[in-house]
Ligand binder design. Sequence first.
Ligand code: C2E
Ligand code: CA
Ligand code: CA
Length: 547
Amino acid sequence: QARDITGDRRMQTAQRIIKSYRQRRATVCVLAGIAALILTLAFRFVSERNLNQQRVASFTHHAVVNFDRLLLPLESTREMVSPLVGKPCDGVHLQLRKIAASLQTVRSITLVHDGILYCSSIFGDRHVPVHQLQPSLPAKTTLLVLSTDKSLLKDRPVLIVWFPTAADGQSGVMEVVNIELLSRLMLEPQPPLITRVALSVAGRHLVQGKGLLETLPLADDEKRYQRTSQFFPLSVSVSGPGATRLALQHLPSQLPLALMIGLLTSVITWFTTASRMSFAREINLGLTGREFALFCQPVLHAQSLKCVGVEILLRWHNPRQGAISPEVFIPIAEAQHLIAPLTRYVLIEVQAHRHLFPADAHFHIGINAAPSHLRDGELLKDLHRLWFVHHPVQQLIIELTERDALQDVDSRMMRELHHNGVKIAIDDFGTGNSALSWLEKLQPDILKIDKSYTAAIGTDAVNSKVTDIIIALAQRLDIELVAEGVETPQQAQYLRQQGVQSLQGYLFAQPMPIEDFPAWLAGNATPAAHDDRLAPLMTIEDHSSSS
Ligand code: C2E
Ligand code: CA
Ligand code: CA
């Protein structure tokens, strides 16, 4: 029962560790997902904003180019019309008309002489001082003026082009462009990005639907973008909510995509972190960082109390998480298929420190192994590679715990191990729930009585009777016995009386760093000189020799 409780606690600790790794991994996945989501949104935002900026730029560019295209032919007719200025209207009227008709955008071409508009392509003969119609005319330089019609379509916006023909600027050609209709095409807003388009000429602005404005209004939350013509003193400006604000408004529609990418990233992260963010990785780090220390616990001959061997036990001083008990990391290592690398580590380290152990063929070194390591002869290969090559004189014992599925172990494998001089011990004997038939099949050399049975000695627990049965069974099958977890002189005495060959437990020695073993062995060789820890042994010795 006590064993079950510690077993449960061990499993709980292992599960807690695995769970904490899983939680950390989950956190990383969630964070990666959120990062991908934010990045996607940011990317969509930036590209949408750039696209908006491009749209605005290309819109205004096209508008300016269109106005240029409109005005350039006027520039070229200038040469045809200019020579007509000063000639009598009767003679040139028809010609004027033809030219005006050839320019689809021009409503009328008029000739001005000495400040008087005297000939119009529409009305023919006239006599109006030009500044009455357009206050800025006549002028010495070429002019472009946004104005309102004073003659035909009263107060409708027009674009006037003035080409002076005389140096004093009093004579010249005035062409009136039908800008209203054109502006309806070229200044058409494109909501939501472009809510207003304006053609600006010399401080006046033509806005589609609003007519001529002296100032261009701009709301607080509006942005304006302007482009000036290369050829004419005109510019087109567009205003609207701005590329940034619109891109922001556009973001919610990108959320499904961003969520999908975020989710995908999380899933991918989950799978790619499987090997990195797990306890398995922690064990691998421990192996490469040589964080595992080898301890050994002496096994004593029950009669002479001489040390006849050691069992190698691992200790993990994990610098990241502190000491981790083998009761915790061994089951996890087995579950995560990392027990073989751990065993190889033990084999290598023991060989590197073999000078610490007596060079005696009767001295045995017990190494714990997992039955899964025996599959496909893997352990045997490792032994050949890491153990037998050194030709160790000591007796190797492989301890296989009975809690594992020993019935799956291939008996041929056992014969191979025996053939190579390896002894097999069944660890924690009595704790498994396997049938005893495999005892015959596997033919182990040693049974290690589990410490729960040793603890039951002298009590009236059922286990104390089972201890006797185990001992009888081993003797009947001629299998050597080692009792584990011997803590009291009474237990030691009883076990020895029952004929158990070897004892192991805190009564004699706790597991110690293998480097300390030679000193311990030297002290143990002369028990009388040793500290009071060994005092009970003497009483057993005395007792047995007197009986
Ligand atoms: P185990 O093979 O049964 O090892 C004996 C365990 O009993 C050791 O615990 C030892 O410290 C403890 N023990 C020894 N004498 C006494 C005693 O008088 N009283 C009590 N209460 N306990 C005693 P440890 O070192 O914590 O190892 C626990 C288990 O971890 C081992 O049980 C073994 O199954 C596994 N283990 C340890 N090292 C290795 C290894 O290198 N390879 C493998 N595969 N398993 C290992
Ligand atoms: Ca063991
Ligand atoms: Ca054991």
